[in-house]
Design a protein around this ligand. Structure first.
Ligand code: LAN
Length: 729
């Protein structure tokens, strides 16, 4: 355990002095939090509005004149939101939600011998305390989810490592819940893995994760390079750590956790019998019989695996780990691979290595201090994504026409220019990577992963912004063409677009989903086509071809046609599209009707658009809003949230406008609701969580509560005006 820390029983007030925290933004989008210790430091680095806002301190921004119409409300919204732009042009933000990431940060750092600053530890403890469910003291897989063994055992362990005593009320309560749920034996596979690394669960209680898979010929349909990139990039370091059976040394904390985490005697547990033991509270995607059978075979292989073969496989995956670190400036693809890679690097090269130093430096990019304490984010930020939406919003709403709104847009374009990837990865095919030249990723250029829809939204934003005279033309036409090449390279035979790569593996691989808590026979083992990703690409290509009609025009035409075909097929009979990355139908349907409109399909001439509108209007509530629970994504069916939500109301209203919905009432009611919920300074309050991944895990997009209301209100103002001028019958 790091040195014991004594913390209060109540976590409401910060455990550190919040006036001393600063967000450092550098290197085009990197953001890291720093605690200033001395008065000189404080004097030299005053706290900004961005700092204050995200820390939950009063921003004291002025009250604005009350909006008389939707355009004025959008204008007020942007007048507020401008203050949250960082000096480099992007809008930083918190990216929390999943509750299994902070334990990875803490366990991974601890076993690698990487410390934390005292203030960071205190605020991580506070975050975990604030996020414990008030009724039972446990944690779920995400902030809004019910308590599970996964969430409770891992976050409990994190608290203990961070220095909280087992006798603290927060630990006593959480331990009670953990034991009621079955104790750590019933933790899902990823939890078993983390606890084994810490040496508080036995490796024999894990299903095998053999690195030898990477020695197989790449032509095989199940070779890991064909898996979804997140599954692959987590499997790679896991197979290294499993291959070497990494285990932290025994110490007092380890010995004590072996007692605390289990209702039974740790030393009498039959470990092999625990491999498939998963508590009911956690089980979302049960193993298939095929997977269980495969595990029996692999377990037999483990008993007789040849040491030289194992050694060769371990070195092969280590090579992949090093290439991934170098390709991403040590950010890696995501927060889970980040910590697994770190442990593997330290195991292989030691704590004095350059790899340790670089991993330590970039670990800070995932640690975000919010009003409730310090968390581990879902990525190293959502820089491109948030910037792209607000830039398009300002253009589409005509807020851009106001002189006062222009400086931020120039800075945003500058960020986009610097954020575009202009080369393929250093380690390319050898590391199984897709091309990156011309692409934008979800966060920063350094992270370096092409995402289909981020490239689409990035390109759209550039074209939108550069169409104004006051904006310098920073991104050349040649560079836009590279983005188009990348997008075209990502279309699948069914016309759809997946997230980072082409779909490389067969659908039946989903039967080998080991995760238990994610996906359900789809979306986790292999790439998968998503309506949202497909539509961003369609809209970007449609806008690009208006701008540069000569470049690969036939390819673009065919791509769009096939993508629209995919989109038509993906529509649910009721009229909506299921969202995979936002909650849920309102999100995906907004993207879908936008792309249908760009190929000329709307309410009056397309049964698809019409059905979409009818579906959405049937879900509008009395108060004019829409509200769906994150459970809609888990179950792929509309499930009402208890309250209507500003962000979802905006998505639904935008969907109707893209579709050219001819009746004003639903939109007027939506506008009224969103205007009524606007605060005097132009902002909106945080409501329910907005995003999701792997069907089961919610993730926060707190910047959406600004970009989408601004966008919807501004758009609705002009749309309703036009409708009133040309009334339909
Ligand atoms: C994200 C965030 C952004 C998201 C969109 C761009 C919105 C989407 O349209 C494409 C997929 C993508 C890039 C995406 C993929 C999965 C991510 C990276 C995340 C939801 C953020 C966190 C999540 C990642 C898998 C979390 C780590 C957990 C594991 C299970 C590895």
């Amino acid at each position: 355990m790091y040195n014991p820390i004594s913390v209060p029983e109540s976590s409401q007030a910060p455990f550190t002095d919040y006036s001393r925290w600063r967000l450092l933004v550098n290197d085009n989008g990197r953001h890291t939090w720093h605690y200033l210790k001395t008065d000189e430091e404080i004097e030299g680095w005053p706290q900004t509005t961005v700092d204050k806002f995200w820390l939950g301190l009063p921003t004291n921004l002025p009250k604005l004149s009350p909006a008389k119409d939707a355009f004025e409300a959008a204008k007020n919204g942007y007048a507020f939101y401008k203050n949250l732009q960082a000096h480099d042009g992007h809008w930083p933000g918190e990216y929390g939600g999943p509750m299994f990431l902070l334990p990875g940060l803490v366990i991974g750092s601890y076993v690698s011998g990487m410390g934390f600053k005292d203030e960071e530890r205190r605020e991580m403890i506070r975050y975990l305390m604030n996020r414990a469910h008030p009724e039972d003291g446990g944690w779920g897989i995400h902030v809004e989810g019910h308590s599970t063994v996964f969430g409770t055992a891992l976050n409990y362990t994190a608290l203990r490592i961070l220095g909280v005593s087992a006798d603290h009320p927060i630990c006593i309560k959480a331990r009670g819940t953990l034991h009621k749920l079955g104790g750590a034996c019933a933790i899902p596979s990823w939890g078993k893995f983390w606890l084994s690394i810490l040496n508080v669960y036995d490796w024999a209680g894990n299903n095998p994760v053999p690195p030898e898979l990477f020695l197989l010929p790449t032509q095989l349909p199940f070779h890991p390079h064909r898996w979804w990139i997140h599954t692959r990039n987590v499997y790679i370091p896991m197979s290294y750590l499993y291959g070497v059976r990494f285990s932290a040394p025994e110490n007092d904390l380890v010995l004590s956790l072996r007692e605390e985490l289990y209702p039974q005697n740790f030393y009498s547990i039959d470990w092999p019998a625990q491999r498939n033991n998963v508590s009911e509270a956690d089980l979302y995607a049960p193993h298939s019989t095929l997977f269980d059978t495969l595990n029996i075979a692999l377990s037999c292989y483990e008993l007789c695996s040849l040491p030289p073969l194992r050694q060769a496989a371990v070195l092969k995956v280590y090579d992949l780990i090093v290439m991934e670190d170098e390709n991403t400036g040590y950010q890696t693809l995501g927060p889970v691979s980040k910590m697994f890679n770190l442990i593997a690097r330290v195991h292989h090269e030691g704590r004095e290595s350059e790899a340790f130093r670089l991993h330590a430096e970039k670990r800070a990019d995932f640690m975000w201090l919010g009003a409730e304490g310090m968390m581990m984010c879902g990525t190293n930020g959502s820089q491109l994504w948030d910037l792209a939406f607000i830039s398009q919003a300002v253009v589409e709403t005509e807020l851009v026409e106001l002189e006062e709104n222009r400086p931020e847009l120039i800075k945003a374009l500058d960020w986009l220019e610097k954020g575009q990837m202009v080369e393929n990865p250093k380690h390319f095919e050898k590391a199984f990577r897709h091309r990156t030249k011309g692409a934008w990723g979800f966060s920063t250029k350094e992270q370096g992963y092409t995402v289909s829809d981020c490239t689409g939204e990035g390109l759209k934003s550039v074209i939108y912004l550069q169409s104004f005279e006051f904006v310098p033309k920073l991104v050349s036409e040649e560079r836009m063409c590279w983005a188009v090449d990348t997008m075209l390279s990502l279309q699948n035979p069914n016309g759809g677009f997946a997230s980072y790569e082409l779909v490389r593996g067969p659908q039946w691989l989903e039967w080998l989903n080991p995760a238990e808590v994610f996906g359900k026979y789809c979306d986790i083992m292999i790439e998968f086509c998503y309506p949202e990703c497909t539509t961003s690409v369609i809209t970007a290509l449609s806008i690009f071809r208006k701008h540069v009609p000569t470049y690969r025009s036939k390819d673009i035409e065919t791509t769009i046609r096939q993508a629209i075909g995919y989109l038509h097929k993906a529509q649910k009979p009721e009229g909506g599209w299921v969202g995979s990355w936002g909650i849920c139908f309102t999100y995906a349907t907004m993207f879908a009707t936008e792309s249908l409109a760009l190929v000329g399909e709307n309410y009056s001439n397309s049964s698809h658009s019409k059905r979409a509108c009818e579906f959405l209007t049937s879900k509008q509530r009395e108060d004019g809003g829409w509200g769906e629970s994150y459970k809609s994504c888990e179950q792929a069916t509309w499930i009402e949230h208890k309250n209507s939500q500003v962000v979802q109301t905006c998505w639904a209203a935008m969907a109707l406008m893209y579709a050219g919905y001819p009746y004003p009432e639903p939109l007027e009611k939506a506008v009224k609701l969103v205007m009524d919920r606007q605060r005097p300074d132009g902002s909106w309050a945080q409501e329910a969580i907005e995003g999701v991944f792997n069907k089961n895990c919610a993730i926060a997009y707190p910047n959406f509560k600004f970009s989408f209301p601004i966008w919807m209100l501004g758009k609705a103002h002009w749309y309703l005006k036009k409708l009133r001028e040309q009334p339909t019958n």
